[in-house]
Design a protein around this ligand. Sequence first.
Ligand SMILES: Cc1ncc(COP(=O)(O)O)c(C=O)c1O
Length: 360
Amino acid sequence: MPIEFAERIRRIPVYPTASGYDLGADIAMLASNESPFGPVPEVFDAVQRVLSGVNRYPDPTYSALREALSDRYGIPPARIALGNGSCDILLAAGEALLEPGAEIVYAWPAFSEYPHLAAASGARAIEVPLDADDRHDLDAMAEELTVATRLVLVCNPNNPTSTSIGLDRVAAFLERVPSHVCVVLDEAYCEFSLSLGDPYASVELLRSWPNLVLLRTFSKVYGLAALRVGYALCGENSFRAAVDVVRQPFHLNIAAQAAAVEALRHQDAVERRVTETLAARLTLEQDVRDLGLWVAESDGNFIWVRLPEDADEASIVKGLGERGVLVRSGTSLGREGALRVTVGRPRENSRFVAALNELM
Ligand SMILES: Cc1ncc(COP(=O)(O)O)c(C=O)c1O
């Protein structure tokens, strides 16, 4: 007899990870919205310094990182949740808030991990289609709120479509959400967003809406994807306490903690990288538009390209891979006939454009 697993194992969708991590160096890795820039040298030094202490468990209160984030955003440490990547906090939120009979509302397509939350908990997922511009339709989402709603996810800027919605509209939406319903504003890419203003702007919303949680990550703009550090700025302590209850202790290793604390000290480097990424994005967008393709209005470090109706998305993705360029197919992310392309270094972006031109 084979091993008998819990029923939910059959329901949980397998996360569509990008392929190509084993292909070697000469590949343009434009598939996972990572930063093409490594961390600043001081981050490596900080990691090196803590490695001699690996025989001890890491600080389970993560006090240094919690305090550094508290100083930066003016949120008390007790309202800051930390995670092994922001995904860790997202999944913990599902575990802490959802159960059979409960409902979770999110836009679709959005971050591929969202469907996991309902599948793992037995809650009902309400997926609200994006509007015609591939943006969140917050009115339609508000109409889906019921007495059973426990959790709402708003991805801003949205992965995979790269589009964002202004904070005034987010605030108007929050007005319509009952105060016992938790709203997670997933801001993995907020530092790249020009239209959302600076990354402090949404923090202001926490003053008025204690049921709001801002989910952020060190994986993108800080270039620490492999170390897995995410954080949540919470409107009230209870969210942080609940996501800590459902997870193992020591979920953030010492190298990750040290790297994140040090990375926060180098905001000048962050700003430089944002500027370079945005400049490269403008060129990439224009080059793709020059091929006659529609590109969504991006507010992140990636672009969302709609392919012509007669184009074969799968063979284009395959052809790009054969030319050493990895991107994500729209189908794997919830929408057929599109490509999600990370903004890499200018050389990588040009390689993508040249390969796409050959294939179109
Ligand atoms: C919108 C969004 N949220 C969360 C994450 C998770 O990031 P991490 O777990 O690396 O912090 C990602 C990763 O791509 C993302 O795109």
